[in-house]
Every structure is written in structure tokens, then in C-alpha cells.
Design a protein around this ligand. Structure first.
Ligand SMILES: [Zn+2]
Ligand SMILES: [Zn+2]
Length: 204
């Protein structure tokens, strides 16, 4: 085994590498830095801590980029809290108590929540609202995967998505810009079901 090969593989074990959404476990054509993987060369492996497929971009690796290896998460693979695997990286969905109410998606590693998003979705009105995104460890892609998981529940081609007011700081703006958010940002489009569920309208 060459030194480069050994280095490539060393990155795939133990460390909490970044994650990226991969709908249907589709193999990416680009790395997170935008390298065309057909040219950059690519190696795939298995990340034991996450229990997920790990991808390494040969170009990023050769440049010593910390984003050279990342793991693929299918945003549509979501578990109920009661049946979620207790090891590896999993997405857990907590439905809202009533229609239009606020539910939650969380990203857990070995049963511990590392990031979560509060969201309201109304099927009849075709609205979705992201209320809050929280990550314990920034810049790992956890928030990005959670937003992709929200959009997997209500496709932006059918649903009008919006967010509550976002913090006016460079990190927050870079996050939303980096994930190509398909909805409105910072202007909330609640439907009447969401207003009623949140007690903003009388319950009649
Ligand atoms: Zn790359
Ligand atoms: Zn509604």
C-alpha cells in the first residue's frame, strides 16, 4: 500500500469528518470544493464512527484540505425516535403534536443529538417554515444535512418554504448562502393552520 493510499484511508476512521446530503445515496460528481471528481480522482470507503459511505477527493487530499474526506447522508432516511439505530449517524424525526405545529429533525451520533432543526410543515397549504437551526459543532455540514432532510419532507418544487428571522451575522448568512436555500429567508409565510397551532389565532 502506498503512503498516499494509507494517508487517504487514515482520514476515514474515527475522526468526525464533514457530511453532505446525498439523496438516494447517489455518488457525488463534485467534491465540497467544487472539483470535478472524474478529473480529481475519487476514493470511497466506509466511515465506522458514522456508519456511512465516505468519499475522498484526490485533489483536495493532495492539497492537504481538511474537507478532502466527507460522508454521504441520505436526507430522506429518517427514523422515529423509538426505532432509530443507537449507533452511527442517524436522522431522527419528531412529528408535531398537531397539524401545522412545530416538529423537529435531529442529527444524532451514537444516540446523542449533535444538531437539530425546528420546523412547521402544512400539507394542505403546501407551506414549510424553518424556525430554528442549532448545531453543537459548526462547519461539519450537520445543519446542511438537516435542511436537506426538511426539504425531503416537503419538496421545494411543491411547497413554499420560508424561515423565521435569521441572525444578522456573517456565519449565518454564509450558511444559508452556501446551501442554496430555495425559499424565502427571514420573511415568514405561516399559513393559518400554523398560526392556530402556535396560538397566534383563536382556536375555533
Ligand atoms: Zn476536491
Ligand atoms: Zn395550513
Amino acid at each position: 500500500m502506498s503512503d498516499q493510499r494509507r494517508d487517504l484511508e487514515r482520514g476515514m476512521y474515527g475522526r468526525a469528518v464533514p457530511v453532505r446530503p446525498a439523496p438516494g445515496d447517489r455518488s457525488p460528481t463534485e467534491c465540497p470544493r467544487g472539483h470535478n471528481l472524474a478529473i480529481a480522482t475519487v476514493r470511497s470507503g466506509y466511515h465506522h464512527r458514522y456508519g456511512l459511505t465516505a468519499i475522498t477527493c484526490g485533489a483536495c487530499h493532495a492539497l492537504g484540505d481538511p474537507l478532502a474526506t466527507w460522508c454521504l447522508v441520505d436526507p430522506a432516511r429518517q427514523y422515529d425516535a423509538g426505532t432509530a439505530p443507537s449507533s452511527g449517524l442517524v436522522l431522527v424525526r419528531t412529528p408535531p403534536p398537531l397539524r401545522g405545529g412545530v416538529g423537529q429533525l435531529s442529527l444524532r451520533i451514537d444516540g446523542e443529538t449533535q444538531a437539530d432543526v425546528d420546523l412547521a410543515i402544512c400539507g394542505p397549504c403546501k407551506r414549510g417554515v424553518i424556525e430554528h437551526v442549532r448545531t453543537d459543532i459548526p462547519r461539519r455540514g450537520y445543519g446542511r444535512v438537516l435542511i436537506a432532510a426538511a426539504l425531503a419532507l416537503a419538496a421545494p418544487t411543491e411547497y413554499l418554504w420560508s424561515t423565521t428571522r435569521i441572525a444578522d451575522d456573517p456565519v449565518t448568512r454564509a450558511f444559508w448562502a452556501g446551501i442554496s436555500w430555495p425559499g424565502k429567508l427571514g420573511t415568514t409565510d405561516y399559513c393559518t393552520d400554523m398560526d392556530r397551532a402556535a396560538g397566534r389565532l383563536p382556536d375555533w
